[in-house]
Design a protein around this ligand. Sequence first.
Ligand code: PRX
Length: 571
Amino acid sequence: MKVEALPVTKGDYNLQDYNQAYETFDWSQVEKEFSWYETGKVNAAYEAIDKHANSFRKNKVALYYRDGNRDEKYTYKEMKDLSNKAANVLKQADVEKGDRVFIFMPRSPELYFSVLGAIKLGAIVGPLFEAFMEGAVKDRLEDSDAKVLITTPELLQRVPVDELPALKHVILVGENITEEGPFLDFHKRLEEASKDLRIEWVERTDGLLLHYTSGSTGKPKGVLHVHNAMIQHYQTAKWVLDLKDDDVYWCTADPGWVTGTSYGIFGPWLVGASNVIIGGRFSPDTWYQALEDYGVTVWYSAPTAFRMLMGAGDDLVKKYDLSGLRHILSVGEPLNPEVVRWGVKVFNNRIHDTWWMTETGGQTICNYPCLEVKPGSMGKPIPGVKAAIVDDQGNELPPYRMGNLAIKKGWPSMMYTIWNNQEKYESYFMQGDWYVSGDSAYMDEEGYFWFQGRIDDVIMTAGERVGPFEVESKLVEHPAVAEAGVIGKPDPVRGEIIKAFIALRDGYTESDELIEDIRQFVKKGLAAHAAPREIEFRDKLPKTRSGKIMRRVLKAWELDLPTGDLSTMED
Ligand code: PRX
């Protein structure tokens, strides 16, 4: 497990003495850096962009963007003007404070202008991953009563506008848009819009972002984050990302996922860094080329991507000059020690694991630049975050005992509520104000945390979180499927893949065509990443007497493990 020691990265913001900082730090020290300290009101988009545009960073590049034929850059001043203009376009669509504005499009500068513009009006932004299909899009727009959607003409085909009564306007980003009914032309209006804007100053507890995420039961739930979260984004961008003024930073996550907003938008811009956004799909050449061309110094990605790069071979990486890269981070799934070792070999850098979730809103347990990395461990709680392993009653467990990974309520980026579902929100907490993550882990005697797995049935495939229930519900809509049970099956590259066990309706027989048809059905109805890579047919699926599919039995079948207690299983 040991990796040859590299010197510990030292930087301006590094915690020189973790133990001391852990004891003495409190978040009110950071709050002083934001406007509400003086005015009582705040706006995260102002803090991320306008503050720098009005400072010595005015002409510094805030955004580098590349995808296909587009290769663009925008300074902080330009970002301020363009997000003001986008806000004025949204005003024409009647957006007001608290309205839900959803953004469903591939990564592009327009996406970022829109997110910032909506936030400047005090609206709540719901970013949707571009791969979502109609069912997934509809669920989210419906649950949140979205008033405005910004999308492209291509993706509009997956939006059932007529079935969404709350949706008043659809702003289209594309060529030759005809404005009729609810449709507005983004580019035309952006061009004509004023760059003057009166920002809507809000409370720290007013809504900022609504990220839908999956649990093991029910439909995806809307995790609401508020402006207060930026305190943590700001501080972790310094401590954990180690961002300084001369850094060029690249976070590979899409803003449809929380990493792509917390650390693809807020972290880097709150501290005034230059932020690289690369559109399009993953490809080792494009990625290495981007690292070289932009001289990326700090890079935040995910284990699946690192494993795929590793699979592309060391000869490829040697073709690029990546000497500027000085700090690499990972999130989303367990980071294998083997990948850390590979990182040291090819980048001369350790990859730093960070652990957090959609619900935590920001980094909580991390390997900082100034901490010794223990490959395989997620690191230690950052100062201001208290984490522990607790039993099912909320009692803290001693080192090396496996249990629930829990965080003490009260870190700034903690979700504010679950949209329309306060009961669900409350179900996350255990006695003693512990937020229970759903992950199991243990802590060693030095306070490092070691991830063991999910306690529930949530699947993490290629870093994306998929709820088995959502996939099962879609599967049983297929005419051939009587019953379906879905599990995560361990996979060396993707962490897990989705495997479905299916019982067919009478009159249907197994065939390769049927498998392909079922897979396409989920792909088209939900999203490509939610479609089962493996499908196995069974005459009957294991169920409890109350009719619930027993996924743990399916998993035991798959992994050749003992099935455990079957007393609740139907005959
Ligand atoms: O199981 C943990 C895994 O990802 C889950 C959270 O997923 P999501 O809300 O989509 O957010 C992902 C990115 C912030 C967690 O419950 N996870 C996240 N980071 C790690 C991890 N598992 C192991 N190691 C990590 N560093």
